[in-house]
Write a protein that binds this ligand. Structure first.
Ligand SMILES: [Zn+2]
Length: 415
């Protein structure tokens, strides 16, 4: 029976649209930043929906919400699923929200069909995933998994100097339960891709096997300011000449490690920034990513060499530093396999992929077997009011989640 169970796609879509009324913007998007009145309203709507189907709802000390559906053996650790309800200041209706309401839809379907799982199930809403009002992304899951202390999360403040703790108290969502992970059997997060790959390749489900390795570097090249007229080209110490020499080999690195290697120059600045002065200082940033550790390390080596070679040829001093690095993540093989087999059962087209962005699952994975499911989003657009998905894709992802959860949690009464 569990193989053929399907979620109620209309109910899922209606709830997505209902949730989007809290903090609705004229352009169709949402402004529901963490711990605002709008966020409180959305969170309470979610809790009300969970209680309607008999879930026990609890809040922990950082405001994470857990809605629990009992299993046949409640001494066993739960299978958890969920994401976040907070949005960017001009966010969309789906980033995070889809994973929470998809999880609720799975529980509601099991409730309708009277299916009991062996392990209990919990749908989680992680507090302040976006990190825009309070400047730490994935905050609630970071505290829960031990990556951040409760006190440092409480102390974060917004632009009006309001703290996380005082805002949790104000909206009455500071729970009495400890914000510490207990034993978890498995964790799954359903999310929109936030990139263009699934849509471009015409596939419905992304089986997410991990999160890519990524780092950001700053390069400063020192030259000598000089007059643009009297100074002959061969006598200049011009750091932009070094840039001209390093860009082609750096882009070649991305080509050599295609299709997964990514190199981005997001910031290029020559000083003093005067049109008739040879610049004395050049600063650029480079963001380097690859899903495979070996190739990523190789890209870093090649990057170092390309920059040093370019500066050596021109006898210019250079400083290179890495200012941010997030090691890649390989998700749990058993969770990935549960998603794969659920997708096979439903006959959806799939693609195995790495996430290019961070998610609460990056924290959850440090304390529990974890993986993720992606669905396509229109034009790959996210963190944008126009963020959109097809209702049939939303239903497909929730069906995959349902099948994977049943496989991981077990169905009571089935051999
Ligand atoms: Zn998200």
């Amino acid at each position: 029976m569990s193989d053929t169970l399907s979620i109620n796609s209309e109910r899922l879509w209606t709830r997505l649209m209902d949730m989007a009324r809290y903090g609705a913007l004229p352009g169709g998007g949402n402004n529901r930043q963490a711990l605002t009145d709008e966020d409180k309203a959305g969170r309470e709507q979610f809790m009300a929906w969970c209680r309607e189907i008999g879930c026990e709802v609890r809040l922990d000390a950082i405001g994470n919400i857990f809605a629990r559906r009992a299993g046949s053996d409640n001494t066993l650790p739960p299978v958890i699923t969920g994401s976040h309800l907070d949005t960017q200041p001009s966010g969309g209706k789906f980033d995070g929200i889809y994973g929470v309401l998809g999880g609720l839809e799975v529980l509601h379907t099991l409730h309708d069909q009277n299916v009991k799982t062996v392990h209990p199930l919990e749908v989680v809403v992680w507090t302040n995933e976006e990190g825009c009002r309070f400047d730490t992304a994935m905050m609630g899951s970071a505290v829960w998994s031990g990556a951040m202390s409760l006190d440092s999360a409480y102390a974060l403040t917004d632009r009006d100097h309001l703290s996380v703790k005082s805002e949790l108290e104000r909206i009455d969502h500071l729970g009495e339960h400890s914000a510490t992970a207990g034993a978890i059997h498995a964790a799954l997060e359903l999310h929109i891709e936030q990139g263009p790959v699934l849509e471009a390749e015409g596939e419905t489900i992304g089986i997410v096997t991990g999160v890519q390795h990524m780092s950001r570097h700053r390069i400063v090249v020192f030259g000598q300011e000089a007059h643009a007229g009297p100074t002959p080209m061969e006598l200049r110490k011009d750091p932009v000449m070094a840039l001209a020499r390093m860009l082609p080999p750096l882009y070649e690195i991305a080509e050599r490690h295609a299709p997964d290697g990514r190199i981005t120059f997001g910031y290029i600045n020559a000083e003093p920034g005067s049109s008739n002065t040879v610049p004395g200082r050049l600063e650029i940033t480079i963001d380097i990513r690859h899903p495979q550790a070996a190739q990523y390390e190789q890209m870093l080596e090649e990057y170092n060499k390309a920059v040093r070679d370019a500066c050596d040829q021109l006898e210019l001093d250079v400083q290179m530093s890495c200012f941010w690095e997030a090691p890649g993540i390989t998700f749990d093989a058993r969770c990935i396999e549960a998603v794969r087999s659920s997708a096979r059962g439903h006959g959806y087209t799939t693609r195995e992929m790495c996430s290019g962005a961070g998610h609460d699952s990056c924290n959850v994975h440090t304390v529990a077997p974890t993986s993720m499911i992606f669905i396509p989003c229109e034009g790959g657009l996210s963190h944008n009011e126009a963020e959109n998905v097809l209702p049939e894709d939303a239903a497909a992802g929730a069906n995959i989640l349902l099948g994977a959860i049943l496989e991981l949690a077990g169905v009571a009464g089935e051999a």
